[in-house]
Design a protein around this ligand. Structure first.
Ligand code: ZN
Length: 264
């Protein structure tokens, strides 16, 4: 059977991953969309339906944390729809392929812009969530996090038992700084990275946009997995044009096939 161009690019990507010391994935909304989570904007987008969230959401939380919590816990509106969508979403074959790479020692960290917890559900362990995790709560003072079901809210707003800071959902709001611990972790992982997989992300929004640029500047390689051309496609060493759920499992198969010959 004749090899297609995509087959050849998958082969090259597998070789680059095997030849690297510290592969890292940078993941964007495209992966979640494949798992049935609607995008924020565009057709079917949550914000298209309900309107854009307030750009000063974080300031309003600081001014009125109780109001923030009452709105969050309402049974209708975008928050309720988010909760329902996330509760039904399941990891797709792309998430499982990344978890398999991690188990093989060929994925050191997953930096994700998604908040849906699907990497952890797929079995991934080292996940840095730039925009937080919708299944967790976080103290805005000391960044302690709790699974939602483990934090018992007795009064609005809930306060941190360690530092008395306001506790909110871990998901980063408009106007909210990226939590400093996550930011430091992403920067540290990027410094070590010599092969970054850009999966379902346009890598246009900072801080995520800075990570592939840093890897490239240090002489590392970039592999793009995306059904659509992006602003970073031209700078990538290998481009896999396809959905991550289709392309990543094929790449992992090639990695496993090549692995014995390459040795450890
Ligand atoms: Zn705290």
């Amino acid at each position: 059977m004749e090899k297609t161009e995509l087959d050849r690019q998958i082969e090259r990507a597998a070789e680059l991953v095997l030849g690297s010391q510290y592969p890292v994935a940078l993941v964007g909304a495209g992966m979640s969309v494949e798992s049935g989570i609607p995008p924020f904007r565009g057709p079917g987008g949550i914000w298209t339906k309900y309107g854009e969230p307030a750009m000063d959401g974080y300031d309003r939380l600081l001014q009125d944390p109780k109001g923030y919590w009452l709105e969050r816990d309402s049974d209708t509106g975008p928050m309720a729809e988010f909760r329902e969508t996330f509760a039904q979403a399941k990891p797709n074959p792309g998430h499982l392929a990344i978890a398999e790479m991690e188990a093989l020692g060929l994925m050191k960290c997953i930096i994700t812009q998604n908040v849906d917890n699907l990497h952890q559900m797929a079995g991934s362990r080292n996940v840095a969530e730039i925009h937080g995790n919708s299944t967790k709560l976080r103290c805005i003072g000391c960044t302690t996090r709790w699974p939602k079901e483990e934090f018992h809210i007795e009064d609005y707003p809930p306060l941190c038992p360690h530092c008395d800071g306001i506790v909110k959902v871990d998901t980063v709001m408009f106007g909210e700084p990226i939590p400093f611990d996550v930011m430091a972790r992403c920067e540290g992982e990027t410094q070590k990275c010599d092969c970054m997989l850009l999966i379902g992300t346009t890598a246009e929004v900072y801080p995520a946009a800075g990570f592939p640029a840093a890897v490239k500047a240090m002489g590392g390689v970039l592999i793009e997995i995306n059904p659509l051309e992006t602003v970073i496609s031209q700078r990538c060493d290998v481009v896999l044009r396809g959905a991550s759920g289709e392309v990543l499992p094929r790449m992992v198969e090639r990695i496993k096939a090549l692995r014995p010959a390459t040795g450890d």
